[in-house]
Design a protein around this ligand. Sequence first.
Ligand SMILES: CC(C)(COP(=O)(O)OP(=O)(O)OC[C@H]1O[C@@H](n2cnc3c(N)ncnc32)[C@H](O)[C@@H]1OP(=O)(O)O)[C@@H](O)C(=O)NCCC(=O)NCCS
Length: 131
Amino acid sequence: MEIIYSNNLSVQDYCRLRRTVEFYDIPEEHVKRALDRSDFIVVATVDDITVGMARIIEDGTQVFVMDVVVDPEYQGNDIGRGLMEKIREYIDSTDYDRMIVNLITDDTKVAFYEKVGYQKEVGMRLWLERS
Ligand SMILES: CC(C)(COP(=O)(O)OP(=O)(O)OC[C@H]1O[C@@H](n2cnc3c(N)ncnc32)[C@H](O)[C@@H]1OP(=O)(O)O)[C@@H](O)C(=O)NCCC(=O)NCCS
């Protein structure tokens, strides 16, 4: 399987990929804004189909990694690792002295992130929703 990594992610592919892993839907106008404001986006493509994505925001001292998703039909092919490696290459290309790379995940994904160098620490979230 040839996996091609690039940086162009459409709103439609973002929404479709989130649905493949049963993440909640986000309105398209909010997705557009989120993608526009991302500092780096990586996309994995197989046979011209977008099968994986990840994105970050960063300020030169800290990074937040978001939306690491591989379509379940393509999981287990090192695509998640590839996405995380591309993020690491991007970060290494910046001029940081010290960089803290943050993400939040659940217990079922800890082993995956440990394999690409992350350590488990306590994270906290405030979930807000307008009714
Ligand atoms: C987590 C996810 C991105 C991993 O993608 P993937 O392409 O299947 O992962 P890879 O094939 O690159 O796996 C790399 C290594 O991590 C391991 N790994 C992957 N997912 C794992 C999991 N859930 N638990 C334990 N190990 C895992 C693989 O076995 C592999 O290890 P190896 O090198 O020893 O063989 C993918 O399962 C996914 O999209 N999940 C649903 C969305 C999600 O929850 N994303 C995380 C949001 S925080």
